[in-house]
Design a protein around this ligand. Sequence first.
Ligand SMILES: *Cc1c(COP(=O)(O)O)cnc(C)c1O
Length: 396
Amino acid sequence: MSRAGRTQKTSQKTSMENMETRAVHAGEPRPRIAGAITPPVFQTSTYETADESGYHDIRYLRLSNSPNHLALHAKLAALEGSESALVTASGMAAISTALLCALKRGDHLLAQRGLYGGTHTFMTHELPALGIEVDFVDGAERAQWKRKCKPNTRAFYMESMTNPLLEVGDLPAAAEFARENGLTTLIDNTLATPVNFRPVEIGFDIVLHSATKYLNGHSDIVAGVIAGDAARVGAAKLKLDHLGGSLDPHSCFLLNRGIKTLPLRVRKQNQNAQALAEFLQAHPAVAAVHYAGLPRHPSAARARALFGGFGGLLSFEHREGAAGARRMMKRLKLAVSAVSLGGTETLVTLPAETSHVGLRAEERADIGITDGLVRVSAGIEGEEDLRADFQQALSA
Ligand SMILES: *Cc1c(COP(=O)(O)O)cnc(C)c1O
């Protein structure tokens, strides 16, 4: 059993056509450790020395090679359809590590506009201090990418859907553009999840996740994922070994447990978000709804072509602005006012006061974040109960 970490076999040879089957069985140790259906938490920082061939091969917790890590790596690769995957201590640990792998001093990065706030801040505050330049472009405007691409451009960074307006860039064109120009493509797939979209299938090199959100799905840990080909994920692991952002084994255990129900949860969240979007669209107190599952959303056609589902996140504008939105949020009884997303509970937040509070009012208006915009992360509650909760909160 002391060799479980190294000799662990996965059940990859059995048929795992379905996402549901992979979420449950992929990467799980075979033979089962002491027969355990749920693998134990390997709560040890170090392991008895065996035949290690170098520093990165030593079995030590920071080196992300406990049996809990190895099981998760194989499961996540099976879900994303990538050769390899690596878990990290948070989504930002995955994003920062992957960017520091793809770029060095003197390089230039092209990035989609409207990225997650932490990612945007990392790119605009940390990368320039390391001598790395960044330019932001519209995710749907190929002509802009061409204009901003320079001889030292090395990477193109996108998100599968943006937050909170749920815009979908021209992802296949971005992958093709990057291939033609020799750029590494990175994509944050947190909002879509591999249930709705697998970027590797359309040619993206590196897929990133805040596993804090849908992958774990229970709002009880922070974690991240870097997935891609074995060479790039291997390089990211060496970088992570040095930077130190490894995931602790108890969080690995919880993440593995969370992922087993990922397809069930995400499909229910897709349904709940669609139902809420349709309900809100018809409500007189609502000025606009942003959800790619609604035919009039600007990204509806692209989302339909690329995604198996439109995700659990939506946003809407209250007709009475911030005051109306705040009043409605106070009256909600099931949905909770909180940041973050992707868990079993429905959460609501005002982006102008939380995720985008760092921007000036004009900057927010510029990117479509009005003061009365409410973001909803649909949970897995009953559809009728959720609709009734928003109905009473809006019409009281
Ligand atoms: C939350 C989030 C992140 C950051 O993840 P952490 O786990 O909080 O570090 C990155 N990207 C997206 C799209 C997110 O929603």
